[in-house]
Structure formats: structure tokens, C-alpha cells
Design a binder for this molecule. Structure first.
Ligand code: FRU
Length: 486
């Protein structure tokens, strides 16, 4: 296969819209065997504009089919980010004839009120589907949560709180998260606020998500909060807190920010509703610094691969881990492996990589004794370097010479992330899909996602270490495309 001539940077197994602009994932929900991905979408151009909810479905999180637009702007405004819940017991009364509704809770953003300098231009509304997500109707008494006078009042993420038989909404309210509750998705009561005195505040808070995770018999609540700007490597990024939630208040174990992904390109990610014991997450694989400028056409941007989230403890501190979902295994092609090998200087990994467009998964475990890197390159001299820097104990992605970088100053840089694990053995999983790299280090404790735009497909792969590195195991696996080929 090859990527379409005129779409050299089209991801081959990440979701990207056929055409036009996309940002945040919205309303992700698993229902009756189908994963639904809605997304912030402007169907008339490749930059941000009046927002709609685009829609894609998948049976396996890997093969996606784009569907007709689910929600169009209306007299109340554009359709901003939000979530979907399965209202199993029809608490909302929006179900009919025994059919439980899927209910979307989203932000209406009113551009007219914004122009009039009102501070009440964002408010929360409902839409519902009675045909398993195919078509949507707006609720007739929108909005359900009017604006109390807060300029940034958006991105409701709702979940059922079983112990108290009520819905909990996490809402981004400027520089904090406000929690509301409701018996029926229609009447909302404020419960508490979190975050004024916690976390990073380099930008506005957006796209929260509050959910429980269990590890070794201990259940903790995770609060994701996207922030733009103010990320660890500039621009947009998603921080998280771990703590307790009692149906009213979120109490973090630490007020310090942690980052779900230190890379530049994972924003506004939230979890998929209704997936039972698994907690699955994906984000927008771009950054508000340059999302509207990246050199792709006729579409702009893709989502990250879906990731399974976990909880782990290091010393006394709790951390989130993210690893690629196992469903991606269906894409596995031929593989090559190395075992117990000292690499000094550069080692081309495979000559078979020639004539490939760079779709693979690389699993490497190595001693943490020296610097080493994984280098992705092509004949044009473009390279993306994914590495470990021993002296500063950081991982990095260096896209300085990665191809087209001048659409935004500072895009072509080396970005770093702290290594949080103290293990002797470094284990990395690297996923590459034409124009993106996702690094999952130490079982997903440190994650970095970065996009890049080579001038021709990446066709070479090397492991490099000037001082020498001992590789315990290495497995390179080709991945097959999941998108329909042109
Ligand atoms: C995050 C965000 C959300 C908002 C949406 C608008 O990227 O700014 O806060 O709902 O995008 O498209």
C-alpha cells in the first residue's frame, strides 16, 4: 500500500476526518458493540470555525468509519465540547417506548452574546438519540445549566455516581473545575469547586474528566484537566490529579500538577463512557499553538491512539499510566527482534524498512546506563529522534530536523519529559504512524506524543548510542493501515 499521493501525512491507523477541521474528541461512548467518537468539527474549512459535532464509529477502536455530522449549531450557539451518557434508567425521561436514550451534554457557545461582551455566552444543553447514536435531537428546553456569569463555562463531562444515585458533571469554569449533580440530567445543583489553589494555571482550564480507577484493591479518583496554554512543553496539555471523591468534593492527595502526556500533541483527551472495568482514553493529537497551521490538506489533525489508563504508586505518590489499547494488535504485521545485544554507535534496525511509509510499533528494553536514541529518518535528511538522556534523566522527542517545521516558530525543537521510574531497565513502546510518534516509557508512566511532517516518508530506523547501550530485548513490528485505502 502507499499513502495517497496528495495526502503524504495522512495517518493510516489513527482517526482523522476525511476533510476539514477537527479538534477535541467529544461524547465518546461505547454502546451495544459500537464505539462512538464525536469530535469538534468545522465542516466548511481547515481552520477552527462554528463548531459542530462530527461523528465516527468503530467496532474495535482501530477501524473507524466517519458518519454524518451529529450536531449542528443552532439559535443558541455553536456546539462545543461535551460528553454522552447511556441513560439506562431513563432518568431524563427523554427515552420513549422502553428505549433508553443516549444523552449528550454539551456546551452551547453563543457568538452573538460573546460579541456583545456578555460574560454569559457559554451554557450547557442536551441532545438525545433513540437510535443508538445515529441521529440526535436537541432537547426543547435548552439550556439546562445557564451561565451564572463566568466567561469560560464549558466542556461538561458527566458520569453516573452509583453510591448516591445521581449524575455528576465536571465543568471547566475558567481557572477551576466546578462539580454539579443532577437526578435527571436536566436540573443541576452545584456541589463544589476544585483547583483555584492547585495545579498549573498558565492558561484557561478546559475539558475535565473525573473517574475512578482501582489498583491493588485501592480505588482512587482521577481528575483530568486540560490547560491551554501552560503545558510542560508549551501550548496545550492535559494535567491530572489523583484523590478521593465523595459525591460532592474532590480531595487531591497532592496539589501538584502531573501530566498525562508530556508531548506537545495530546490535548483535550477524556475517557470513553460505558466501557465497564476498562478505562479508555484518547486525545486530540495537536496543539493550539499550531493546530491550524500544520501542513495537511484537505483535513486538519488526528486523534491519538486509544489508550488504557491505570493507576500505580511510586514511593507514596500515585500516578496515572497510559498504554496503547490491546486492540491495536490486529494491525500487527511481520516483526524482527533482537536480544541481549550491545549497541555502540549506530545500528540500522532493518533494511526491510525501505519502501515503507513508517507504520510500526517498537518495543525496546535496555539498561539505563547511557544515553541512547531511536532515530527515524529518510533520504532527504529528515529525522525524528526519540531518546533517553541519562545525565538529566529525561526522555525526549527531537523534531528539529523532522521536515516541514517553519509553519510555526518553535515547532522544530527538542521536547523533554522526566523519567519517573527508578527501574534499572528502561522499557519503551514507540508507535509511529506516518507523521506521529507516541512514546510510552516505563509501562506508560511517562508518555510523549508528537506530530511531525517529513518531506518524504520516513524509511529508515536506527538505534544509536555513542557510549554504548545494552539492549535486553527489542521487537519491531510492522503495523498495517486500518484506514480504507484510496
Ligand atoms: C478545547 C476547547 C474547549 C471547547 C472547544 C471549542 O480545545 O477550547 O474548551 O469546548 O475546544 O472547539
Amino acid at each position: 500500500y502507499s499513502v495517497a499521493q496528495n495526502e503524504p501525512h495522512r495517518p493510516q491507523f489513527h482517526f482523522s476526518p476525511n476533510k476539514h477541521w477537527m479538534n477535541d474528541p467529544n461524547g465518546m461512548v461505547y454502546y451495544k458493540g459500537t464505539y462512538h467518537l464525536f469530535f469538534q468539527h468545522y465542516p466548511d474549512g481547515t481552520t477552527w470555525g462554528p463548531m459542530h459535532w462530527g461523528h465516527a464509529t468503530s467496532a474495535d477502536l482501530v477501524h473507524w468509519t466517519e458518519q454524518p455530522i451529529a450536531l449542528y449549531p443552532d439559535s443558541l450557539g455553536y456546539i462545543f465540547s461535551g460528553s454522552v451518557v447511556v441513560d439506562k434508567d431513563n432518568t431524563s425521561g427523554l427515552g420513549k417506548n422502553g428505549v433508553s436514550p443516549l444523552v449528550a451534554i454539551f456546551t452551547h457557545h453563543n457568538p452573538d452574546l460573546e460579541k456583545q461582551k456578555s460574560d454569559k455566552y457559554q451554557y450547557q444543553s442536551l441532545a438525545y438519540s433513540l437510535d443508538e447514536g445515529k441521529t440526535w435531537k436537541k432537547y426543547e428546553n435548552n439550556p439546562v445549566l445557564p451561565n451564572p456569569g463566568i466567561t469560560d463555562f464549558r466542556d461538561p463531562k458527566v458520569r453516573w455516581y452509583e453510591p448516591q444515585q445521581k449524575w455528576i458533571m465536571s465543568l471547566a469554569t475558567k481557572d477551576r473545575i466546578t462539580f454539579y449533580s443532577s437526578p435527571n440530567l436536566k436540573n443541576w445543583t452545584k456541589e463544589s469547586e476544585f483547583g483555584q489553589d492547585a495545579g498549573s494555571h498558565g492558561g484557561v482550564w478546559e475539558c475535565p474528566d473525573l473517574f475512578p480507577l482501582t489498583a491493588n484493591g485501592k480505588t482512587a479518583w482521577v481528575l483530568l484537566v486540560s490547560i491551554n496554554p501552560g503545558g510542560p512543553n508549551e501550548g496545550s496539555a492535559t494535567q491530572y490529579f489523583i484523590g478521593d471523591f465523595d459525591g460532592k468534593t474532590f480531595k487531591p492527595y497532592s496539589k501538584e500538577t502531573k501530566w498525562i502526556d508530556y508531548g506537545t500533541d495530546n490535548y483535550a483527551g477524556v475517557t470513553i463512557a460505558n466501557t465497564n472495568e476498562r478505562t479508555l482514553f484518547l486525545g486530540w493529537m495537536s496543539n493550539w499553538l499550531y493546530g491550524e497551521k500544520v501542513p495537511t490538506s484537505p483535513w486538519r489533525s488526528a486523534m491519538t491512539v486509544p489508550r488504557e489508563l491505570g493507576l500505580t504508586q511510586i514511593k507514596k505518590d500515585w500516578f496515572l499510566t497510559s498504554v496503547p489499547v490491546k486492540e491495536l494488535n490486529v494491525l500487527k504485521g511481520e516483526s524482527i527482534s533482537l536480544k541481549k545485544e550491545n549497541i555502540k554507535g549506530g545500528r540500522p534496525l532493518t533494511s526491510k524498512l525501505k519502501n515503507e511509509s513508517g507504520l510500526f510499533k517498537l518495543d525496546v528494553s535496555a539498561q539505563n546506563t547511557n544515553d541512547f536514541s531511536i532515530v527515524l529518518a529518510n533520504d532527504r535528511g529528515n529525522e525524528v529522534i526519540i531518546g533517553y538522556d541519562k545525565a538529566s534523566n529525561v526522555y525526549y522527542i527531537d523534531r528539529t530536523h523532522s521536515g516541514q517545521t517553519n509553519f510555526r516558530e518553535g515547532f522544530g525543537k527538542r521536547y523533554t519529559a522526566p523519567r519517573l521510574s527508578a527501574d534499572q531497565i528502561i522499557s519503551l513502546t514507540v508507535i509511529v504512524d506516518v507523521a506521529s510518534v507516541e512514546l510510552f516509557a516505563d509501562n506508560g508512566l511517562t508518555v510523549m506524543t508528537g506530530i511531525f511532517f517529513p518531506e518524504q516518508p520516513m524509511s529508515q530506523l536506527y538505534i544509536k548510542s555513542a557510549k554504548g547501550i545494552f539492549i535486553e530485548n527489542l521487537l519491531y513490528t510492522k503495523l498495517k493501515p486500518s484506514v480504507k485505502q484510496p
